[in-house]
Design a protein around this ligand. Structure first.
Ligand SMILES: *Cc1c(COP(=O)(O)O)cnc(C)c1O
Length: 370
């Protein structure tokens, strides 16, 4: 199977094998050793000296953790919405009592730093800015470095980042960009199965944490940090997934961060070129095109869900459809984590074969047919 949805992503064999290890005492020395190694290695992936905490959770839990650990009911926050995941971040903040202002960008576009500057100028009460680094729903990467400059250097506000589909795939130097909270999870760029959430917390975020009044128990970072110092987690963790993540993060670092980022940039380029050579068009504004996922417009006359279904039933290729308002309008090819050029080529070849039967004739292309 060629699993090209944006998570869970395929895992290397060694990562799957790591899951078959027998259980250990999660309050014993073996766990402590693994926990220390995984913490160190994940800090290296995120290029940070900040605390990095692990929870048994999917990525959404880490978005919730980012909110409840730094904010109080009544706090004003600014959410940059570029798709489904920004909406989710806003929903969490609202549910816990934050006063949410949002900037909604047209789907397929990234957030503009100037609009963030304007919003922060107009509204000095905003305490935190919540942003999706890579919006998986539309295939864009936000200009996080430029946004962070505005939020941190110009205004000194908290910056909470959803990096679920970017961490470990594209540059995210957490300390250099001064990201206060960065949330991610095991099942996308980190090449492990779903089940472990990861969050990094800066000094400024810890200071906010001290007075943050939103309710929390399972995701309380004070607890998590206290236990981490003992080499433990507050609650019983998904040990098998941690074994897997410990292995996959080591693999990632062995390949090298820079090499890994270049690899994703190259996969994305192959995808975008192949798609356009065929005469299909890309959904995202090219200035913001993501290196971990490519969204493609379903061509006129073609039924999007039939296309996705044919790829699955005839080629065993699983791509993502569009979500919510983009349902049947786009389809998405994931290229994050353990993915290679041959996997992308297989999707392009299958598309070239399947599209004519659905009413779209791909442009013949010599480079593709060589
Ligand atoms: C996948 C994803 C999430 C979280 O998804 P979970 O299913 O909860 O792990 C959050 N944000 C982005 C950008 C994602 O791609």
């Amino acid at each position: 199977m060629n699993l090209r949805i944006p998570g869970p992503t395929p895992c290397p064999e060694a990562v799957l094998e790591a899951m078959a290890q027998p259980m250990i005492n999660h309050r014993g020395p073996e766990f402590k050793e693994m926990s220390e190694r995984l913490t160190r290695n994940t800090q290296e992936v995120l290029q940070t000296a900040n605390d990095v905490l692990f929870f048994t959770s999917s990525g959404t839990g880490m978005l919730e953790a980012a909110v409840v650990n730094t904010l109080s009911p009544g706090d004003q926050v600014l959410v940059l919405i570029t798709g489904t995941f920004g909406q989710r971040f806003a929903q969490i903040a609202r549910l816990y009592g934050a006063r949410v202002t949002s900037l909604d960008y047209p789907l397929g576009h990234g957030a503009e730093p100037q609009s963030v500057r304007d919003a922060l100028t107009k509204n000095p009460e905003i305490k935190a800015v919540l942003v999706t680094h890579n919006d998986t729903s539309t295939g864009i990467t936000n200009p996080l470095e430029a946004i962070a400059k505005v939020v941190k250097q110009e205004f000194g506000r908290l910056l909470l980042v959803d990096a679920v589909s970017s961490a470990g795939c594209v540059p995210l130097p957490v300390d250099q960009w001064q990201c206060d909270v960065v949330a991610t999870a095991s099942q996308k760029g980190l090449m492990a199965p779903p089940g472990i959430g990861v969050i990094s917390i800066s000094q400024a975020a810890w200071e906010a944490h001290r007075t943050a009044g939103m309710p929390r128990l399972y995701f309380d970072c004070t607890q998590a940090k206290r236990f981490l110092e003992l080499g433990q987690t507050p609650w019983t963790p998904a040990l098998s997934v941690l074994f897997a993540l410990d292995t996959s993060v080591q693999m990632l670092l062995k390949k090298g961060l820079k090499e890994t980022f270049n690899h994703h940039a190259s996969l994305a380029q192959i995808t975008r070129d192949g798609i356009q050579d065929m005469g299909l068009t890309l959904f995202a504004d090219p200035r913001f095109a993501s290196d971990t996922i490519t969204a493609i417009n379903v061509p006129p006359g073609v039924d999007g869900s039939t296309l996705v279904e044919r790829l699955r039933s005839q080629y065993n290729i699983i791509v993502g459809g569009g979500q919510e308002s983009l349902k049947n309008k786009i389809f998405r090819i994931g290229h994050m984590g353990y993915c290679f050029a041959k996997d992308i080529q297989q999707v392009l070849d299958a598309l070239a074969e399947v599209l004519p039967g659905l009413g779209f004739n791909p442009r013949p292309n010599s480079s593709r047919n060589q």
